[in-house]
Design a protein. Structure first.
Length: 191
């Protein structure tokens, strides 16, 4: 079982710890970390992000394209620790906290219905950029979480999100802010 710290609106731990499934049933505020991996396309010179295609067995958004790496902040942990842990678990990448560029924090609340149950996503997410170039062919994917990974142009993904394409479960506001940062500060993108 996975246990999560319940947070207040400032992102601080309240001292309450609950099991992950219960957190999503009750709609408790909790923490997650998103790590984006970006590059400049060698063919087109466009900004691209590495997206994971979620496993069809996931409890939320099965088979959808999602953040490069993402996960819950486990009880007792920190946002940056969860970011590093998820890179290792999902993609097989050994990264240090120093390789993460903190970009921003976003607050998300949405409700859905997955596998016949209500599912409430009520979270604070710290968004990071991995400051390292990677070879997607050398990644070790966590097959119970991820079906595959693919590079996609930022403008293509933005178009899919604006069309509300059900094949993408990326938060439009988060992705828009990410792309704006990468366009305005291309020096952040690993070369």
């Amino acid at each position: 079982m996975e246990y999560l710290d319940i947070l207040n609106e400032k992102g601080e731990k309240t001292g309450i710890i609950k099991e992950r499934t219960t957190v999503h049933t009750d709609g408790d505020l909790h923490g997650t970390s998103h790590v984006w991996i970006a590059r400049i396309s060698p063919e087109t010179e466009k900004i691209q992000v590495l997206l994971q295609k979620r496993s069809k067995n996931k409890d939320s958004f099965p088979g959808c394209f999602d953040t490069s790496s993402a996960g819950h902040m486990e009880a007792g942990g920190t946002f940056s620790e969860s970011a590093v842990r998820e890179l290792k678990e999902e993609l097989g990448l050994n990264a240090a906290k120093e390789e993460l560029e903190y970009l921003f924090r976003i607050r998300i609340h949405r409700e859905g219905f997955f596998y016949g149950k209500n599912f409430i996503e009520n979270r604070i997410t710290n968004v990071y950029l991995l400051k390292r170039s990677i070879d997607e062919n050398k990644l070790t994917l966590q097959t119970e979480e991820i079906e595959s990974v693919v590079w996609m142009d930022c403008d293509f993904v933005m178009k899919k999100l604006s069309e509300k394409d059900k094949g993408y479960c990326i938060e439009p506001e988060e992705f828009s802010r990410l792309c704006e940062i990468l366009e305005n500060k291309p020096s952040l993108i690993p070369r």
